[in-house]
Design a protein around this ligand. Sequence first.
Ligand SMILES: [Ca+2]
Ligand SMILES: [Ca+2]
Length: 184
Amino acid sequence: MHAFSELDHDGRGFIYKEELGKRLEEQGVGKVTKEELELFMDKFDVDRDGRLQFSDFCLAMTPLNSEYAQLLQSRGTYRAQMTQESNVDYLTLWRKLLMVEQGCECVRLRLQKRPNFSLSEAFSYVDKTGLRALAPIDLKFTLADHGFYATDRELAALMDRFDRDRDGRISFHEFAHELLPRRN
Ligand SMILES: [Ca+2]
Ligand SMILES: [Ca+2]
């Protein structure tokens, strides 16, 4: 994608966390705080080497819906300049990604401060099938208990957020990772 080479000026195939913040600000994403960057990298720097590779970038930018993802990939390395409109959408997506991670972190901190919150009880509550590893169906039933009927796409997005090793289940460890604040 052309968009990645706009970040990775010297074509190394990756960009360091510190450079990323600077480049995004130059491109017009607005002020990017250190915490926003940390949280973003925590989610998208899959191999944890402190660099955003092209594959990490794709993970953040590609729609979860496989039809749209294929459409995007089929454009290959076509290097036309982005139109004004795509550029606005692209920058908005960056802003949203940074804000979502920041928003989740605020809720995690609030949750952690609640004296009556127990992670293992929360896990057991969601673990409807009792397999000690959560499947989409567990999330579906739990949400339905609270009157929220999630679509398959919404469930897939939730699984995507929690299931870090991509085995199709949420282990207690993965559950805890998503619910505990990143930095204490
Ligand atoms: Ca990486
Ligand atoms: Ca997993």
